[in-house]
Design a protein around this ligand. Structure first.
Ligand code: NAD
Ligand code: UFG
Length: 348
């Protein structure tokens, strides 16, 4: 198939592109590089043996989005492009609604105009807010707690309404738990700008010497060791699920919302110890106050993904830490710092 990948230069999108190319799909990537680097194109060329077709465009530009579909024979869309930082979304909610929902409306309009009826959408476990219990199933109540989460929920609802109104339009919402890790080559990975919000990139930056110590947000949670528990999922497992979700739509199945997690909870301190084992580096930390908005324990019931997609996570926390460290140690400052890769960015 010819697949349009929005946000294809980003962390999860770039890994999905490697998996999709490996399964023989032809890819058209679009990104505005608001949170990524055009240098990813060269790395993707190395990994896939082919220079990606990568367009610089913003999904808020309706004409540009429509133009991406013209004459390209797009069969399906995977929609990663979004702003994704919870704290940032509390500071500038209008930008999040404008970018995430505005961009998605233009994408859906262009899909309808060009008769493209298959969509895989990047949703998030954030739609469950503070769940009543774990493991979290897809039929758990949806109640978001921040503007970023609200944009994800509104986008799921928007897509759901479109599926109801048009039997020719089908979608899979993939609700990711906590994506971490990197491609085992160390050529692509997560490259956050500024101070990382999330645990694994922060731990990586401490281990590589960019930051002094990790602040552990709370040591008094009602969990195994008092620190927060999450369901970390290797980005290569996530990548595989996107290709499986496309196959699911091609087989003609109805629309669905599906959790992507391992089903295993890992505490902050368990992750720190696994990372120290994998990297051979010490990760100094101190326990500080809880972070506002955090919850004690969230992990997935991933059984629906197995039933519908035949998908299961294969990587454990040790592999996640090993690959995150491999990427970080090869590219201490992100893409600009890494080993030179053949081929230039094909951004248009
Ligand atoms: P990312 O920021 O690395 O990737 C998103 C990409 O979209 C970036 O390359 C960015 O430049 C691009 N983009 C943003 N707005 C755009 C616009 N208007 N037009 C064109 N390009 C635009 O983030 P990621 O971690 O790869 O996340 C991908 C998706 O998965 C997002 O939708 C995110 O909300 C969702 N998600 C991520 C996580 C996580 O922890 N990483 C968890 C759950 C869900
Ligand atoms: N944590 C620390 N120190 C840090 C960063 C995080 O102790 O510097 C702790 C948090 O308190 C939490 C755990 O590490 O207990 C994981 O925190 P992350 O920020 O890595 O991830 P969250 O579960 O808070 O949230 C992430 C995304 C959300 C998304 C959610 C589920 O940021 O957008 O995963 O997909 F909704």
């Amino acid at each position: 198939m010819r697949v349009l990948v929005t946000g294809g230069a980003g962390y999860i999108g770039s890994h999905a592109c490697v998996e999709l190319a490996g399964r023989g799909h032809e890819l058209v990537l679009v990104d505005n590089f608001s949170n990524s680097s055009p240098l990813v194109a060269g790395r993707l060329a190395t990994l896939t043996g082919r220079e990606p077709e990568l367009h610089r465009a913003d999904l808020r530009d309706r004409a540009a989005v429509d133009g991406l579909f013209k004459g390209r024979g797009i069969d399906a869309v995977i929609h990663f492009a979004a702003l994704k930082a919870v704290g940032d979304s509390c500071r500038r909610p209008l930008d999040y609604f404008d970018n995430n929902i505005g961009g998605t409306i233009h994408l859906l309009q262009a899909m309808r105009a060009h008769g493209v009826g298959r969509l895989v959408f990047s949703s998030s476990a954030t739609v469950y807010g503070d769940p009543d219990g774990v493991p979290v199933r897809e039929d758990a109540p949806l109640r978001v707690t921040n503007p970023y989460g609200r944009t994800k929920l509104v986008m799921e609802q928007l897509i759901g309404d479109l599926c109801t109104s048009d039997p020719g339009f089908r979608a899979v919402n993939l609700r990711y738990f906590n994506p971490v890790g990197a491609h085992p080559s160390g050529l692509i990975g997560e490259a956050p700008g500024g101070v990382p919000d999330n645990l694994m990139p922060y731990v990586c930056q401490v281990a590589v010497g960019l930051r002094e110590r990790l602040a552990v947000f709370g040591g008094d949670w009602p969990t195994v060791d008092g620190t927060g528990v999450r369901d970390y999922i290797h980005v290569m497992d996530l990548a595989r699920a996107h290709a499986d979700a496309l196959d699911f739509l091609v087989r003609g199945h109805r629309s669905a919302s599906i959790n992507l997690g391992t089903g295993q909870g890992t505490s902050v301190l368990q992750l720190v110890r696994a990372f120290e084992r994998a990297s051979g580096r010490a990760v100094p930390y101190e326990i500080v106050d809880r972070r506002p908005g955090d919850v004690a324990e969230v992990y997935a019931d991933p059984s629906l993904a197995h039933r519908l997609l035949g998908w299961r996570a294969e990587h454990d926390i040790d592999a996640m830490c090993r690959d995150a460290w491999h990427w970080q140690s090869r590219n201490p400052g992100g893409y600009a710092d890494g080993p030179a890769a053949p081929g230039g960015a094909a951004a248009s």
